[in-house]
Design a protein around this ligand. Structure first.
Ligand SMILES: Cc1ncc(COP(=O)(O)O)c(C=O)c1O
Length: 406
């Protein structure tokens, strides 16, 4: 008899965005004439940068000739891309990361979700609240959550991120082994300073813990004083893995390319307390279960680092940041307490009531889709997240409608 992995039964309800889709589909069916503006799910709306398209076309042409054709590539990614990443994203900012510490993949969602499998099943995992649900759910699937009681998993210490701590959580009260951090944050849009990250790096070193740092939204940082990588913090090479994605940086949500940095100095421990390099473990996992990102997509990602690519990515992210400013200013002028939207495409709004009720109000009265904060965790109750990924025209129209509805 084949038994199921019963940890899956502990997962709470369905994935947040499928609940939203169901509500939106029902609203659309009941109101076929209403023009809905979607500021909910964080998907980009603008085309790929021209430099990426050009590089992808060229690579596709290479695939058409026997001489230039490429079959299976290195699982970890082609050197041309790994070198471009190491030089531009890390070494140029003084972060000591080399090309062979970069693992190119088809998405940060997969990487953030898969990484936990190289660690012990009884590892204590600290999860921020509110949180990108992938971190939680993948650990629930692996059996690290304990039971669900009173709205929380009893085996996972939560790191509350609230207005009181500017959405940067304090160190946990009980010892933890694995810590997820995400800055700029999804969903709150908060950023963390170097001093705040240093506190976490020091904690990880003292406790032989490991930080999983998700920097999927790094391209939206404009404040020069903010760190872009956790490796800008002294000592982080020994205790942190970083996830980056081309999805929000360069509009690759449908093209799929990301990478994970695992420094060679980064250690985890066997049951006898011996240090084991995490790089070797992740390399083994990656090569066994992943066959690399396609050559044309890696060429497109490489083009992000060309002079034209850099300028186009800046223009693309500036465009969404202008939307973020419009949303921020409007919601502040309407009297709401908000976070994010300055170095981030997300604006986190304290509705003063229930998240889903506010979501329903904006859907029904303004035909605008947002994301209820309660879907990201208990600390998200009372909040909604508005995403800046849309056209200026739609954002302006949505804000006019929201003002009227409120
Ligand atoms: C915090 C965070 N990490 C990772 C991802 C996933 O990115 P990718 O498209 O590379 O899978 C997202 C996507 O929304 C995200 O919000």
């Amino acid at each position: 008899m084949i038994n199921i992995n019963e940890n899956y039964n502990k997962l709470q309800a369905s994935y947040l965005f499928s609940d939203i889709s169901k509500k939106v589909a029902a609203f659309e069916a009941a109101n076929p004439d209403r023009d809905i503006i979607k500021l909910g799910i964080g998907d980009v709306t603008r085309a790929l940068p021209a430099a990426c398209i050009e590089a992808m076309h060229k690579a596709v042409d290479e695939m058409a000739s026997d001489g230039d054709f490429r079959g299976y590539g290195p699982e970890q990614g082609y050197d041309f891309l790994r070198n471009a990443i190491a030089t531009n994203d890390f070494q140029s900012r003084g972060a000591d990361i080399s090309a062979d510490e970069i693992f190119v993949s088809d998405g940060s969602k997969c990487d953030c979700g898969n990484i936990q499998e190289i660690f012990a099943t009884d590892a204590k995992v600290a999860i921020p609240d509110p949180v990108y649900p992938v971190y939680t759910d993948t650990n629930v699937m692996a059996g690290r959550s304990g039971t669900w009681k009173d709205g929380r998993y009893q085996g996972m210490p939560y790191l509350d991120s609230t207005a009181a701590n500017n959405y940067v959580p304090a160190l946990p009260e009980e010892p933890v082994d694995l810590i997820y951090l995400c800055f700029p944050n999804n969903p709150t849009g908060a950023t963390a300073t170097k001093a705040q990250l240093k506190t976490w790096v020091d904690y990880a070193k003292e406790n032989k813990a490991l930080i999983l740092f998700d920097a999927a939204y790094v391209a939206f940082i404009r404040d020069e004083d903010l760190p872009q990588s956790i490796y800008e913090i002294e000592g982080a090479r020994e205790v942190a893995i970083e996830f980056r994605s081309f999805s929000k940086t360069a509009g690759f949500t449908g093209t799929r390319c990301a990478y994970t940095v695992v420094p060679k100095a980064c250690m985890a421990y066997d049951s006898e307390g011996n240090a084991q390099p995490v790089h070797a473990l992740w390399n083994r996992r990656h090569c066994t279960k992943f066959n690399g990102v396609s050559y044309p997509v890696q060429r497109a990602a490489e083009a992000v680092y060309s002079p034209e690519g850099k300028a186009q990515v800046k223009e693309l992210t500036d465009y969404y940041l202008e939307n973020a400013t419009l949303i921020r200013e409007k919601m502040i002028s309407l009297g709401y307490q908000i976070a994010g939207g300055e170095n981030s495409p997300y604006i986190w709004i304290n509705t003063g009531g229930d998240s889903w009720e506010f979501f329903d109000k904006l859907l029904n009265e303004a035909s605008v889709v947002t994301t209820p904060g309660s879907g990201f965790g208990a600390c998200g109750q009372g909040y909604i997240r508005i995403s800046a990924f849309n056209s200026h025209k739609n954002v302006k129209e949505a804000l006019t409608r929201i003002e009227k509805a409120l």
